[in-house]
Design a protein around this ligand. Structure first.
Ligand code: SAM
Length: 368
């Protein structure tokens, strides 16, 4: 089975369907530098990583050429920003597609999946007609698991790093644990043993091609707010570690409100680690959970389930001396059907964008 990747990368919505694969030495070289910098002694690690990741790199290089139509010889050296993105994408393989990520997936994805099953049980619904959207799908495991249960499921992702990688794992990988990554090889601090840094992680822990034949699973590339503009389209929107990726979280809330069918549900789990806070020249609206909750109620959502303390991790190195735990909120909001037509707009007026990370003044005006 081949999963469709549909691209809406720009406002003009140029389609990038069924990309084919080729090789670009420059991109492969850059990727290999990221996997194995300053690691001259560990030739076997370098060789294995290179070998196992070559298909991923060639996928990326081909996509890059399709998207930019640039001469690959003119590709600029990678920035620190890009290198960091690549490293975090590699860790995302552990979270989504390895046995080592199982505990993390159980704490992050299972509450969402269980809520979907509770709300749309297969003995009461034809689940093949229940549509679930997963914005910010990362490497696609949550969306894939939902599709595996028979629901229509679409993942949406914006990052090219994530898209190349999810395309690779979903469309290219079949054999369980056939590939190896060294996700912690860049982490020189907080290692108890040297071998912790060089330990391999195998993936994928399941065959991504093993979805039932009648599954309806797809991935769509592009900015969530730009791609999803059709009203009343989805039965459920499931977000995991996503809403804090917004420049203005209110835009996400409005989009979710708009695209949900009357009576539809929004299930969310995650922290509010606003990605654009403290980034110079970037708009960032950092609402508290209390403010988000108020906005959703004003929009016409009813709060069904709310847990303000769900402890989870995100791409955790479980052998590191430094480990972060997120005290997440988990909720399920239900869009009250009769409020849908009455609720007109949710306007946000920002008096001072927080481009320097300083505090800003936010006025929310609700028209209900
Ligand atoms: C913190 S990661 C979470 C990934 C996945 N949901 C998980 O729990 O592992 C947030 C993801 O949202 C994606 N993202 C950020 N802004 C986006 C946008 N405007 N539209 C779609 N995806 C976006 C990022 O590229 C990233 O993969």
């Amino acid at each position: 089975m081949r999963f469709d990747f549909t691209g809406f990368m720009s406002r003009s919505r140029s389609n990038v369907r069924s990309v084919s694969f080729g090789a670009s030495p420059s991109v492969t070289r850059v990727c290999c530098q990221v996997f194995c910098p300053k690691w001259p002694r560990s030739a076997s690690v370098r060789t294995t990583t290179r070998r196992c990741c070559r298909p991923l790199f060639t996928t990326a290089s081909t996509c890059l050429r399709i998207l930019s139509m640039e001469d690959p010889r003119k590709v600029r050296p990678s920035s620190t920003f890009d290198m960091d993105k690549l490293k975090s994408t590699i860790k995302q393989f552990v979270r989504d597609w390895s046995e080592a990520g199982q505990v993390e997936r159980d704490s992050c994805y299972q509450p969402i999946i269980q809520e979907i099953q509770r709300l749309f049980p297969s003995d009461q619904y034809d689940v093949s007609k229940v549509s679930v959207l997963v914005p910010g799908a990362g490497l696609g495991r949550l969306a894939w698991e939902i599709a595996r249960l028979g629901y229509i499921c679409q993942g949406n992702e914006w990052s090219l790093f994530m898209l190349f990688s999810s395309n690779f794992v979903l469309n290219r990988c079949e054999k369980v644990n056939a590939l190896t990554l060294y996700p912690w090889i860049h982490q020189f601090s907080n290692n108890k043993k040297s071998s912790d840094q060089t330990r391999p992680v195998r993936f994928p822990d399941v065959n991504p091609q093993s979805l039932p034949l009648n599954s309806d699973f797809s991935m769509v590339a592009g900015d969530f707010v730009e791609v999803y503009t059709d009203s009343n389209s989805w039965d459920c929107v499931a977000t995991c570690f996503f809403i804090d990726t917004a420049h203005n979280v209110i835009e996400y809330l409005e989009t979710i409100w708009k695209i949900l069918k009357p009576g539809g549900v929004w299930i969310n789990l995650g922290p509010l680690l606003y990605h654009f806070e403290n980034i110079a020249n970037e708009l960032s609206v950092e609402l508290s959970y209390e403010d988000i909750r108020t906005a959703m109620v004003k929009l016409g959502f009813h709060i069904e389930v709310e847990k303000e303390s769900m402890q989870t991790t995100y791409t955790e190195n479980d052998r590191s001396m430094l480990r972060y735990v997120y005290d997440c909120v988990f909720f399920f909001f239900f869009l009250i059907p009769f409020r849908l037509k009455q609720t007109k707009t949710l306007k946000t007026a920002l008096t001072t964008p927080s481009s320097t990370g300083g505090s800003h003044c936010l006025n929310l005006t609700f028209h209900c």
